[in-house]
Design a protein around this ligand. Structure first.
Ligand code: OXT
Ligand code: ADP
Ligand code: MG
Length: 582
């Protein structure tokens, strides 16, 4: 543990070494094997970033705290360790807060550590530098929020933050560290004794045997069973147990977006290409780390075979989840299995028995028929080579490149740029696809790229809408500064959804969804020493992506896409208030 020089020696005897708040924060993180900080320096945490780096932590400095926060949140998803984001007070804290809320919403473990102003002045509202009651503001958006006032409590503060972030349902935790805390000094030996190495931060949660038996009974009764795998299943790193359960039961499965690749998308039991057939037809649905939220139409309505948009389709649900409150949140869950997914899937596998009956052949054949038809239709569309290039002809290239590089991390945001990519580009390995998540949020792109490269060491491929990229585009400087192997492809259709809207008044302003036509985003990458390429054909795109992956140089490929090609909001047009209710 590091120490600092005592300020003044008051007697002729050598004073005992002291430590300070800065050092205790660093020591507490290191003791808990947190080795990376995503952040942005400034008062009062500039020296914390310097000293953390000097002590061997990796400190990645961003251009905007929101991007550092998104990086921390996805690092948490990828590693099961809380991703740490460090910001300055009020405005920096607020910039990071969006990502903290995102982490909580998506069940990613993250700790937002923000420096803050002096409590006495803040509480009397006397107008301190960047004055704000940050703890109060963070609370409703975080799974937990703590403030540390005394150096002796730093060890407890960090330990509580780690436990809150990763135990049970993971989430975002806020840790408020007032400026005064960092400079407080205490005896170094005493300080060391205050630090806590967290034992078993995410304890296993074993499901009850009767819940497991009930779930298997319900599944056994099915004529048309279906498994839905969500990003909680991907997070759990229980890949072997999940695959074993799917294969031993023979039940068709649907991966949610970030669960793609948990089993290879080319797996014969994948029903992804028959989604709109299996949801209303299935009679028993087993959810594994997936919530029945908007992305699954709340488990009711026409998507599920119901008559109106609130009507239940008649399915039975089994739900495997670590949160005991999740079941019945939208429709009745007949068999909740509460526990961590690794333990639950192990228990389910153990209880399956050797002779589990495969699902009825008619069900499997009906799905196979739909899937074959849809895959053939897709293959036909992908084989076309229209001019100008459209989403499909560009994504046919991306699909091949990902197939040839299955270990690459894959970042995706946009509307059409997201939805087409999700259904066209297959994933082959778990936790490779990271995207807009539960909120469908734009702006995760470059932060995710940095964290994916840093946390995994793998090549990163990002497929970005031109609007989506704009939310975090300045971080290409960060990508160049750290020389990360990131290949960004912007599917540039000149706007949000399309580039063709017009201002109905005929006035000088363009429509709100339209950008500068033919914008040269690749020059942004060139400005910082990376490789920028402008492409207009699939052949050019293929070459540029292959070059980027071979060289591992930061690369931005600006792919000109037919500006008429997109649809309003991609696949979620029906959520626009003016759209007809489903
Ligand atoms: O079964 P059917 O026939 O239905 O077919 C399905 C599958 O069976 C089939 N499929 C396949 N066929 C063949 N082969 C294979 N392998 C295969 N796989 C699948 O394909 C279809 C579709 O399958 P899918 O995707 O599984 O099914 P579906 O029905 O789409 O699933 C439903 C959903 C809800 C699960 C799914 O659609 C989904 O996950 N959607 C996520 C949508 C989302 O999150 N969108 C992002 C938000 S949109 C909007 O909010 C935007 N904004 C506003 C904004 C935001 N978001 N954030 C902030 C901070 N500020 C503002 C903005 C500004 S998007 C946006 C920018 C947009 O512009 P860009 O320039 O960035 O992007 P472009 O649109 O490209 O211009
Ligand atoms: P998706 O968007 O992919 O459908 P969601 O984010 O809606 O996924 O759901 C993830 C679910 O996974 C949450 O309900 C969360 O409680 C659960 N979860 C997260 N981690 C674990 C885990 N280790 N074990 C069990 N459940 C988990
Ligand atoms: Mg666009």
């Amino acid at each position: 543990m590091g120490t600092v020089e005592p300020e003044v020696a008051t007697t002729s005897e050598a004073a005992a070494p002291v430590t300070d708040g800065f050092q205790l924060v660093i020591d507490a993180l290191k003791l808990n094997r947190i080795d990376t900080i995503y952040g942005l320096p400034g008062i009062p945490i500039t020296d914390l970033t310097r000293r953390a780096q000097a002590e061997g932590l990796r400190v990645l400095a961003f251009r905007h705290e929101q991007n550092a926060g998104y990086a921390a949140s996805i690092a948490g998803f990828l590693t099961q360790k809380p991703g740490v984001c460090l910001t300055v007070s009020a405005p920096g804290f607020l910039n990071g807060l969006n990502a903290l809320a995102h982490a909580t919403t998506n069940c990613f473990p993250m700790i937002l550590i923000s420096g803050s102003s002096e409590r006495e002045i803040v509480d009397l509202q006397q107008g301190d530098y960047e004055e704000m009651d940050q703890l109060a503001i963070a609370k409703p958006l975080a799974k937990a929020a703590y403030r540390v006032l005394h150096a002796e409590d730093i060890g407890v503060g960090i330990a509580r933050a780690i436990r809150a972030a990763v135990s049970g349902r993971p989430g975002g935790v806020y840790l408020d560290l007032p400026a005064k805390l960092f400079a407080q000094t205490i005896d170094a030996e005493a300080g060391k004794r205050t630090l806590i190495e967290v034992v078993d931060p995410a304890p296993r949660q074993i499901p009850a045997a009767d819940a497991v038996a009930r779930a298997l009974e319900v599944l056994k009764s099915a004529k048309k069973p279906l498994i839905i795998l969500g990003k909680g299943a991907a997070y759990a790193q229980a890949d072997g147990e999940i695959r074993a359960f799917v294969e031993r039961t023979g039940i068709p499965y649907l991966p949610m977006s970030m669960a793609k690749g948990l089993l290879p998308d080319t797996h014969e039991q994948s029903a992804a290409a028959a989604r709109s057939y299996v949801l209303p037809e299935a009679d028993v649905v087993m959810l594994v780390g997936a919530r029945l939220n908007w992305l699954l139409s709340h488990g009711k309505g026409k998507t599920w075979g119901g008559k109106g948009h609130k009507d239940w389709g008649g399915q039975k649900f089994v739900q495997v989840d670590i949160s005991p409150q999740e079941a019945d949140s939208n429709v009745r869950v007949d068999a909740p299995v509460v526990g961590d997914i690794a333990s639950c899937m192990a228990a389910l596998n153990a209880a399956l028995g050797a002779a589990w009956p495969k699902p009825p052949a008619e069900w499997l054949a009906a799905i196979a028929e739909r899937r074959t038809k849809n895959v053939a239709k897709m293959a036909e569309t992908l084989a076309k080579n229209p001019s100008p290039m459209n989403f499909h002809s560009a994504l046919a290239v991306v699909r091949d490149i990902v197939k040839a590089n299955p270990d690459a991390m894959f970042v995706n945001e946009g509307a059409n740029a997201l939805d087409f990519t999700r259904s066209i580009v297959d994933m082959y390995k778990p936790r490779k696809r990271i995207d807009v998540g539960t909120w469908g949020v734009m702006g995760i792109g470059m932060g995710y790229c940095v964290a994916a490269a840093v946390a995994t060491g793998q090549q990163v491929i990002a497929i970005e809408g031109d609007s989506a990229f704009g939310f975090s585009g300045m971080e290409v400087e960060t990508i160049c500064r750290y020389n990360l192997p990131v290949c960004i492809v912007i599917l540039n259709n000149n706007g949000v959804y399309k580039g063709t809207d017009v201002n109905p008044t005929g006035g000088p302003d363009v429509a709100p969804t339209v950008f500068v036509k033919g914008a040269r985003y690749e020059k942004l990458m060139e400005a910082f020493g990376g490789v920028g390429v402008h492409v207009t054909t699939p052949a050019e795109l293929r070459k540029a992506m292959e070059d980027a992956i071979r060289s591992r140089k930061p690369t931005l490929i600006n792919a000109a896409i037919d500006e008429t090609a997109g649809t309003e909001s991609g696949r979620i047009t029906s959520l626009n208030p003016t759209a007809k209710k489903k």
